[in-house]
Design a protein around this ligand. Structure first.
Ligand SMILES: Cc1cc2nc3c(=O)[nH]c(=O)nc-3n(C[C@H](O)[C@H](O)[C@H](O)COP(=O)(O)OP(=O)(O)OC[C@H]3O[C@@H](n4cnc5c(N)ncnc54)[C@H](O)[C@@H]3O)c2cc1C
Length: 483
């Protein structure tokens, strides 16, 4: 549904002059927004540009939510920051976006920011612990069948099976199951056992645009949010977790964790779906069955990110993503076409395997290097793994001996106020469930955030931004046309 050309187009307001007679919408009330991630910031920005009073309540200590760039983090939380040497932005959460013509793509163009494409032709795919390009896999029939299955995911719209059940039903060889886990389930925030095939097929059908996979070449994504939504930053109350919303009252009463209360006439909730599902916010009255029923069909589970630096690139200078290793569904060679060193790997693991890494704590790094060693080694009878051999390590200042690997990790599974990766559909869910979760209640309670996206971009920053456009339109409508 985007609003390009629509009556709420925020850029219309950039044409306002100081002589303008006043706000476009005369509204004496106020709107509270819960959460200062991409959805909350954008919704606030659109409403503010219409002249509507907004306050954003954010539980955490910084804006961005699951957009979290390493450059903006304190060394106390990430002690290896001074040792990281990558010459491009390092992202602990979202990094890629799909489509030069997507909402985020257009913001990036407005700011004239350089982007780098990660084309599918740069991907490597793992079968039998071997990483090859699609061309190199050539005539391997199991690879061909798996890629055809991936290509045809759209045709599974309507299925009530898990992705894995559909893979088995399609007779795909077990040799290629991890590969499909890397290119489907993990990409969508889960794994193939957990994710529902029908809604993923539906999402891929709904998503429009040129489909290019892009990253910012030099700008951290969180800093782009800070620049683009600069106008609403003074309206953000950081460190204010909201624990209850009494929307039966007029005005609505919000209670924060420390017991303080706030009032607003309308409230937009943009918190991750995990927070809604585990009762992190109490609603009074309770949410209706349409909301709770659909919430039960959308999952959000374990998610683990690590960024590891190496002394040399042993996986290939022209390689982008490496999909489908048994334990690491996605490696991303972050320096592709944007680094003079190009020797950094980013690991993204969702679903059950993420829970395993999460349970290992700092030991996860050794497990990840061991997984890399299986893929890349000197192939001798007792192979020396390149992961362990070439990882950059700290150097003892006295003995000059190399010690611990240099890396950063973000365990989203336990990150307070997020509690997981991003939303995915359970088997049997449909896009209507996302629509239901986003339904406004009584013209007072509204919902946005990636999980409520209905444009096929759920789980992504573009989905969060699209949901902000939808919810802003709903709020304005409720003001202009009260029921
Ligand atoms: C590891 C990882 C990799 C990802 N990779 C990509 C990618 O490459 N591309 C992409 O497009 N997307 C990616 N995503 C997903 C993307 O980050 C999210 O879809 C998007 O940022 C969600 O925005 P949001 O505003 O809906 O939610 P959030 O960013 O989660 O914002 C919600 C905010 O609500 C706050 N909050 C929670 N509870 C409360 C409360 N009780 N009171 C007040 N505030 C509260 C949270 O602190 C948070 O700041 C990734 C996510 C992860 C975890």
């Amino acid at each position: 549904m985007g609003m390009a050309g629509g009556w709420l187009l925020p850029s219309l307001f950039t044409q306002c002059t100081p002589n303008d007679p006043g706000p476009e919408i005369n509204y004496a009330g106020s709107v509270a927004i819960i959460g200062a991630g991409a959805a909350g910031l954008y919704a606030a920005d659109i409403l503010r540009s219409k002249g509507i009073k907004v306050t954003i309540y954010e539980a955490g200590t910084q804006i961005g939510g699951r957009v979290k760039s390493l450059r903006n983090q304190p060394v106390t939380a990430y002690p290896n920051i001074p040792l990281m040497s990558s010459d491009f932005p390092l992202e602990l959460g979202a990094d890629t976006f799909i489509g030069t013509d997507s909402i985020l793509g257009k913001i990036v163009q407005d700011y004239r920011l350089a982007t780098t494409e990660f084309p599918a032709s740069a991907n490597h795919y793992v079968i039998d612990n071997t990483a090859y390009s699609a061309t190199d896999w050539g005539g391997d029939p199991d690879f061909a069948a798996a890629m055809a299955f991936r290509q045809n995911l759209k045709s599974l719209a309507g299925s009530s099976q898990s992705v894995q059940q559909e893979i088995v039903a399609a007779g795909i060889s077990t040799r290629a199951h991890s590969l499909l886990n890397g290119t489907i389930g993990n990409l969508y925030g889960a794994d193939n056992d957990l994710a529902g095939a029908g809604a993923l097929g539906e999402a891929e059908t709904l998503r429009t645009g040129d489909g290019k996979v892009l990253v910012l070449t030099g700008n951290p994504l969180q800093e782009l949010l800070i620049s683009r939504f600069n106008g609403v930053l003074p309206s953000v109350k950081l460190g204010t977790p909201i624990t209850s919303i009494q929307y039966g009252a007029d005005p609505v009463v919000l209670t924060a964790q420390d017991g303080s209360t706030f009032e607003a006439n309308k409230v937009i909730v943009t918190v991750p779906v995990s927070i809604l599902k585990n009762g992190g916010i109490t609603f009074s009255p309770g949410l209706p069955g349409t909301h709770t029923g659909s919430l039960a069909k959308i999952g959000m589970g374990a998610s683990f990110r690590a960024i590891i630096e190496f002394k040399r690139n042993f996986w290939g200078e022209s390689v982008g993503f490496i999909f489908g290793s048994t334990n690491v569904p996605e490696f991303m060679s972050m320096g592709l076409n944007r680094s003079v060193f190009n020797a950094t790997l980013q690991v993204t693991v969702n679903g059950a395997k993420a829970a395993t890494y999460s349970s290992l704590g700092d030991g996860a790094i050794d497990a990840l290097l061991a997984d890399l060693d299986l893929l890349y080694n000197d192939k001798a009878p007792n192979p020396v793994g390149y992961g362990t051999k070439y990882v950059r390590r700290k150097v003892d200042p006295v003995t000059l001996a190399e010690t611990d690997p240099i890396y950063v990790m973000e365990d989203w599974t336990v990150r307070e106020h997020i509690l997981g990766g991003y939303s995915y559909p359970l088997p049997g869910a449909t896009n209507d469930d996302r629509k239901n979760i986003g339904q406004p209640i009584n013209g007072k309670l509204f919902f946005a955030g990636e999980a409520t996206d209905i444009t096929g971009n759920s789980g992504m920053v573009n989905g969060a931004l699209a949901s902000a456009e939808r919810v802003a339109e709903e709020v304005v409508k409720s003001i202009l046309e009260p029921a």
